[in-house]
Write a protein that binds this ligand. Structure first.
Ligand code: NAG
Ligand code: NAG
Ligand code: NAG
Length: 368
């Protein structure tokens, strides 16, 4: 049929164009597969994978060579595998004590397609680019390069320094990441908390680094017991280490006085003042006095509390509470107005009482 018969021709044309490359059986360069980057921990063993990818045509491996290229030395051969002579480790490299082929024990003559290399007891100087080169017949040479990076996991810790409040910025916490390779990155949060400065020194193990970061800020009483976080980032850590630190700022007492009643009434049987102090370290002593000197005779100091058993005019005064801790002394004052008796029980002569009794005697005059 005319319409159907015309259809196959473009398909056929396409097939004719595609077939020749598929059928061509010329020897191709074999492919070598390696990992572009391998990381190993200092002091441990690492494997550098290298495989000859199975190709269309079977090739004969005549030799495998591992070359090491670190910026200090020239490119040199460090490991060789020969199908009949087996493995050899030239003295230019780490040598037979620390090198081995993963499949070097296999019987000579068998197909040697896995040239993966083991490096034991990694040292910093092993950091280099390693080239795995297959010499084959037919097909020629093929190679791949792996960048071996030597890492060391750091030890991290953070601590607060006990500081005393003041107007000048001071180091309040230190975070240390020791023995990392490469050096760890340290940051503090919240980011606005202060400034940090950092120093980098040699780590406890050769070719590692210790990073020390100091958090500096103006030490205020409000910063005491505030939590800050030292964050350590390192490629050996799956997640950044978060090290919480409670800041410690010593400060003199911050004092306030509260009263049992808003107004004290003349003749009231029990009235008291409470002295509250915020401080670090805790208060050592409370001292009550009045603006004019000593306490009224009816007032008894019970530490942070001042108890007045019976209110008379001597309690019409400005009371002062002084609190001392290891850092210093803070104080607060509160003026108490004593009112003449009033209300249902003492309504008689309320204003008169206030007026007639006059101003209270000075506290001094009540001193024994
Ligand atoms: C390895 O090669 C990479 C890229 O070619 C280079 O960036 C790196 O510095 C080399 N590493 C060493 C240790 O020579
Ligand atoms: C940060 O700076 C202060 C003052 O310049 C210095 O005393 C301290 O040692 C520094 N800390 C670090 C970790 O570099
Ligand atoms: C009580 O003290 C206040 C000052 O704090 C004074 O103005 C007032 O006159 C005093 N009252 C009496 C009755 O002395």
């Amino acid at each position: 049929m005319a319409p159907n018969g015309s259809l196959p021709s473009p398909v056929l044309l396409l097939l004719l164009l595609l077939l020749p490359p598929l059928l061509r059986a010329a020897p191709q360069t074999p492919r070598v597969s390696v990992s572009p980057v391998v990381s190993g921990l200092l002091g441990t063993d690492v494997q550098l994978p290298c495989h000859l990818a199975p190709g269309e045509v079977e090739v004969q491996v005549s030799q495998v060579t591992w070359l090491c290229d670190n910026q200090r030395r020239d490119r040199s051969s460090i490991a060789v595998f020969h199908p009949t002579h087996g493995a050899g480790f030239p003295s230019t490299g780490p040598g037979a004590e620390r090198l081995a082929f993963v499949s070097q024990s296999q019987s000579p003559g068998s197909k040697f397609h896995d040239a993966s290399l083991i490096i034991r007891d990694l040292r910093a100087e092993d950091e280099a680019n390693y080239t795995c080169e297959f010499a084959t017949f037919p097909g020629g040479n093929s190679k791949g390069t792996t960048w071996l990076r030597i890492l060391a996991e750091p030890e991290n810790h953070a601590e607060a320094h006990e500081v005393t409040s003041g107007p000048a910025p001071i180091a309040v916490a230190t975070c240390v990441s020791s023995g990392g390779r490469p050096p760890a990155r340290i940051s503090w949060s919240p980011p606005s908390v202060g400034r940090s400065n950092e120093s980098r020194t040699a780590g406890p193990v050769p070719d590692t680094f210790t990073v020390t970061s100091c958090l500096t800020l103006i030490p205020t009483a409000q910063m005491n017991k505030k939590k800050v976080i030292c964050r350590v980032e390192h490629e050996t850590l799956r997640e950044p280490k978060q090290l919480p630190v409670l800041l410690t700022v010593k400060y003199a007492p911050e004092v306030s006085i509260s009263s049992s009643d808003e107004d004290w009434l003349l003749g009231q049987q029990e009235a008291s003042l409470d002295c509250a102090a915020q401080s670090h370290p805790p208060p050592l002593a409370y001292r009550w006095s009045t603006a004019s000197g000593s306490l009224p005779p009816t007032a008894v100091s019970e530490g942070s509390k001042l108890v007045v058993s019976s209110v008379d005019w001597s309690a019409n005064a400005t009371f002062i509470c002084q609190v001392t801790n290891a850092v210093g002394t803070g104080w607060a004052s509160r003026t108490i107005r004593v009112r003449g008796e009033r209300g249902p029980r003492g309504s008689r002569g309320r204003t008169e009482a206030e007026g007639t009794l006059g101003p209270p005697p000075r506290a001094d005059s009540w001193d024994p």
